[in-house]
Design a protein around this ligand. Structure first.
Ligand SMILES: Nc1ncnc2c1ncn2[C@@H]1O[C@H](COP(=O)(O)OP(=O)(O)OP(=O)(O)O)[C@@H](O)[C@H]1O
Ligand SMILES: [Mg+2]
Length: 264
């Protein structure tokens, strides 16, 4: 495994919390009566407040790993920890944003964003109402709070999905190719927005992406996985000042390094 030393100080967060550890995480599924190995002893540590991207060949197991960190599935071997506690199921402190915004079509933007607290019976709590309003403003949907999802553009719908995840004050926010279906311009805007939200809100970010440039624009580290069953091929520190310029020599060098690993 290639490891580069982290020299850029991890951003300090007031609410310190959100550290992720996967230890020897192995996952397999059954396909046509035969076991399909998907993750092979994946060991990773993400300190609280870091932003990490996961890249690797299609089908290698990136989404599978994200689901294990979210607590949506359990590994066949190994352990996943959040702040030292074993992850045994989903928890509002760990949010996830998918490629599709998955908004409920019959609810307004405001009601979709307030769905988590509503399910927890906290919809009318004044702190929750204030938080829902703050998140609507934070993602720039103030004038669309009463709109239905069908009235939103793809980028706006994904902003609503981000706000819905942020309402729960997640310490960990997991992203599974959240910008994959957006046009290049909207994608670039939302990349900047995600960095801003990460800085403002102080969560630990883990993003699966196929786009090496996106990984380098956003992340403190890029983890490169092998083909299935996924093993960590490299753990690369992105020691570049933000906002990052894609034509900077350091950026181009890292992009070359990662693309070479992905072609192995
Ligand atoms: N619930 C499941 N049951 C059976 N097989 C599954 C299940 N979930 C995932 N797989 C298989 O596990 C492998 C890894 O899937 P995963 O979705 O994690 O890949 P990925 O790296 O996210 O791929 P992509 O980049 O295309 O999204 C695939 O071969 C997939 O078919
Ligand atoms: Mg996937």
């Amino acid at each position: 495994m290639v490891t580069t030393t982290t020299t850029q100080a991890t951003r300090r967060v007031a609410s310190a919390g959100g550290a992720i550890d996967t230890v020897g995480v192995t996952q397999a599924f059954w396909a046509h009566h035969t076991p399909l190995p998907v993750l092979d002893e994946v060991t990773l540590s993400v300190p609280a407040g870091q932003f990490v991207s996961l890249v690797g060949p299609s089908g290698c197991g990136k989404s599978t790993l994200l689901r294990l960190i979210a607590g949506l599935d359990r590994p066949v071997a190994g352990h996943v920890y959040a702040d030292g506690h074993e992850v045994t199921g989903p928890d509002p402190s760990r949010g996830i944003v998918f490629q599709d915004p998955t908004l409920l079509p019959w609810l307004s933007v405001e009601k979709n964003i307030g769905l988590g607290p509503q399910v927890q019976g906290r919809r009318d709590d004044p702190f929750v109402v204030e938080r829902v309003n703050a998140m609507i403003d934070l993602v720039g949907l103030g004038s669309f709070r009463d709109a239905l999802p069908a009235q939103l553009s793809g980028g706006m719908a994904q902003r609503a999905a981000l706000a819905r995840a942020l309402v729960n004050r997640p310490q960990i926010l997991l992203f599974d190719e959240p910008l994959g279906k957006l046009d290049a311009l909207t994608r670039a805007t939302l990349q900047t927005e995600i960095v801003r939200l990460w800085r403002d809100q102080g969560f630990t970010g883990v993003m699966v992406t196929h786009d090496v440039e996106e990984a380098l624009l956003l992340s403190d580290r890029v983890i490169v996985f092998s083909a299935r069953p996924a093993r960590v091929l490299a753990d690369i520190c992105v020691d570049l000042e933000r906002p990052r310029a894609q034509d900077a020599a350091g950026f181009r060098e890292l992009r070359r390094e990662i693309l070479a690993l992905l072609r192995q």
